[in-house]
Ligand binder design. Sequence first.
Ligand code: F6P
Length: 363
Amino acid sequence: MQGFPGVFVLRFRGYAREKQFLKKKIIIYICAVFNIKDMAKKISTIGVLTSGGDAPGMNAAIRAVTRASIFNGWKVMGIYRGYEGLINDEIEELTTQSVSSTIQRGGTILKTARSKDFMTPEGRQKAYDNMQKHGIDALIVIGGNGSLAGAQVFAQEFDVPCIGLPGTIDNDLYGTDSTIGYDTALNTIVDCVDKIRDTATSHNRIFFIEVMGRDAGFLAQNSAIAAGAEAAIIPEDSTDIDQLEQFISRGFRKSKNSSIVIVAEKDGGAMHYAERVRKEYPQYDVRVSILGHLQRGGSPSAFDRILASRLGAASIEALKEGQRNVMVGVANDEIVYVPFSRAIKKNKPIDKELINVLNVLSI
Ligand code: F6P
């Protein structure tokens, strides 16, 4: 697991326990002095939504949020179609039974959307009004970069406690080692690449296989290593070198008659590189395979189910501790709270050492 040196980690075991103990004492003292009831008791109803691209494990996260919340004596309102449903009042109560038999299901039972209206102040006002209408005191947002950015703005505008859970196959949220859905998508890709390799070998072809990840190369780089591909072309490396030239110049044909190159979807993706090879190296037989949305589907892996369950339960703990406007993640196997502003910066570092591993092992 990779560490996150600059991350604003608010809780570590041991140190955290001491800190928490101290915090509790301070709260009790303040409450005694000002006769305020336990601050956590202010929350009695929470809302949960999934937003942006769906990811395997979102259901496991919804289930964990729902059950941990009910266990804690809070009511849970499920908000359908992400922020769209909050604006249009598509909200209903979730019970423990509502989330029965969902941990193994891909997609999201709450549906999802990319809401344009939530980007407007009018849209967010409607969303807030509906929260008030249903007595929702805090919001749990399960989603990727755009979804957590939305939560950050909303929380600032209306002083609503929001907790984010990293739900995206892209793994591009800073401060968490893995996002919910990433492991499953990675395994799906590896499965596909294994199959494509059979036909690539039979025909002596170069295959450019395009994978998702938007601006991040985690899926491309790590699926390339796991599937034994000859190269990965990732956005994080695009400014440094001509990655295609590098791949060709490594003399890949000396020992192999076929090759697999995994390409992250950015800048024309696999098509772009296949076209270049057709023009610059017409002696090679080239094909393209774009894996597309099949990468987002399917039953979540055990890893994603556990991650989602852990993070979902931790989101309720976070609210109980009085946390707000943070993403709950896992770093070095510890639960961490990462302020939204850090999590969504799009600067999660990719381990470039792994590119060397790929290059060395693909000779
Ligand atoms: O953010 C998740 C993601 O799957 C990206 O990898 C991809 O670029 C994008 O969503 C595709 O979104 P849509 O389903 O809206 O086409």
